[in-house]
Structure formats: structure tokens, C-alpha cells
Ligand binder design. Structure first.
Ligand code: 13P
Length: 256
């Protein structure tokens, strides 16, 4: 199977969303300790994106471990009069090595458009961080048979020309699967990921082939193995199940 050839190293990323007091640092530390205690090397890249308040302390605590630290959003500018916002450069300075942009919750809560997400991704690339660009259809769009059109359009408009397999990861997160316990069938995931891969390779050539495409939406230890072995699924973006070390480790274990 073509998709099985030279698969990129998987990425398992946790998005803590608006959860996480300082007491939650123990969960991140437990993940790092468990991975360090393995006799075999860590089978995937592992990333935790806590609330911005914890980025600095978490990156200090987990320095030198297999767990990298990321952020959940950034502003488009480097600095300036933008009260309450954080630039990609500020997040890098705090220790972030990856930044999520275009999450459906930000698209919905803050009216973020594809063009705005594109500008944010450009900011992430400018900062030298890994950008994780989220796309995904709503339940209504899926019912109307618009899934592939929506996802490909979001991909097309949100992604910068300067995207490479080193600076960009795509996260396909069907909105209706987020936090609901519902997941698409493996056939549906395969279909969407194949459409994303097609678009990436026609736009970016070999780089598009090597770009990681994560699946997100109700990933749990119980369904991780099945979802993570679908062709063109190169890892997971995990919400709720990333908050508890045991669950997050259970998902990483899908890779052996
Ligand atoms: P859940 O894993 O809680 O469904 O959230 C997925 C998500 O939105 C990750 O960004």
C-alpha cells in the first residue's frame, strides 16, 4: 500500500485546552518519567500543549525528556499593542517548540477565518516553531455530504506556501467528534486523510508526502490502535485523554 511506504515518525500531541492548574504539572511529569523508564526508545514524538500559563514552567521541568511543549494559539504579529495576546516569539521564548493554529474551538469562539488562520500559521513559521494546523467539518457539513470539500478548502486556504514537513503538521479533527465520544469509522478517516494527502502532494510534492497528518476527536487508549493504523494517519491530537498521564500513555502505546 503506497501510504504504508516510508511513513513519517508519528506525533502524539496533547491539547489541554483551558484545563490545567499548576497541580497538573505532575501529570506531564508522569508522562515524561514513564517514557524515560521504557527500555525501548519512545515510538513517537510526544508533545503537550498546556494553557499558556504553564508553558514556561512545564518546558523547564521537562527539559531533556522525550516530551516537547507547545502552545494552543498565537497572535499574527511579533509584538505590539495587542492586550491579552501572545505572539509566537513570546511563546518560543517561554519554551514552546510547537503552536496549534485554527483549532475548531477558536474558529467557533473567536470567529477565526481560514485567512486569519493562515496569517497565524505564517507567524508560527516566522518564529521557527512547528505549526499544527487544524481543519475539520461540522456535523451538518458531514450530513450534507460536504466533508471533503470543506476539509480541502480549509487546508488550501489555511496553509502557507512556506509549509514543509519539518515546520508543519495537519490535524484533521471532525468538529462533531471532539469531546463527544463519537469517532468516524476507520473508512471515513482513511477517506479524509487520503484526500488531505492528495492535496498536500499535489501542492508540495515530496514534502507533502512527508507531512504528518494527525487525527483528532475522541481519541482514547481504547480506540487509538485502530485509528492510528489507518493509512495516512501519522499520529493523534488528543484533548480530554491527554489530561491524565495513564490515558495519554495508553495512546502513545498504540505505537508499541
Ligand atoms: P477530545 O480528544 O477531547 O475529543 O478533543 C480533541 C481535540 O479537540 C484536540 O485538539
Amino acid at each position: 500500500m503506497a501510504g504504508e511506504k516510508a511513513r513519517p515518525r508519528p506525533l502524539v500531541a496533547g491539547n489541554w485546552k483551558m484545563n490545567g492548574l499548576r497541580s497538573a504539572l505532575a501529570e506531564a511529569k508522569a508522562v515524561a518519567d514513564a517514557l524515560a523508564a521504557r527500555s525501548a526508545p519512545c515510538p513517537a514524538d510526544v508533545l503537550i500543549c498546556p494553557p499558556a500559563t504553564l508553558v514556561m514552567v512545564m518546558s523547564e521541568i521537562l527539559k531533556g525528556t522525550p516530551v516537547a511543549i507547545g502552545a494552543q494559539d498565537c497572535h499574527t504579529e511579533v509584538s505590539g499593542a495587542h492586550t491579552g495576546d501572545l505572539s509566537a516569539e513570546i511563546l518560543v521564548d517561554a519554551g514552546a517548540t510547537a503552536i496549534i493554529v485554527g483549532h475548531s474551538e477558536r474558529r467557533a469562539d473567536h470567529d477565526e477565518t481560514d485567512n486569519y488562520v493562515h496569517a497565524k500559521q505564517r507567524a508560527v513559521l516566522r518564529s521557527g516553531c512547528l505549526s499544527i494546523v487544524c481543519i475539520g467539518e461540522t456535523a451538518g457539513q458531514r450530513r450534507a455530504g460536504q466533508t471533503l470539500d470543506v476539509v480541502v478548502r480549509q487546508l488550501e486556504r489555511s496553509l502557507d506556501e512556506g509549509s514543509t514537513s519539518f515546520n508543519t503538521v495537519i490535524a484533521y479533527e471532525p468538529v462533531w467528534a471532539i469531546g463527544t465520544g463519537l469517532t468516524p469509522t476507520v473508512e471515513d478517516v482513511a477517506e479524509v486523510h487520503a484526500a488531505i494527502r492528495d492535496r498536500l502532494t499535489s501542492r508540495f510534492g515530496d514534502e507533502g508526502l512527508a507531512m504528518r497528518i494527525l487525527y483528532g476527536g475522541s481519541v482514547k487508549p481504547q480506540n487509538a490502535r485502530e485509528l492510528m493504523h489507518v493509512p495516512n494517519v501519522d499520529g493523534a491530537l488528543v484533548g480530554g485523554a491527554s489530561l491524565k498521564a495513564a490515558d495519554f500513555l495508553g495512546i502513545i502505546a498504540a505505537y508499541g
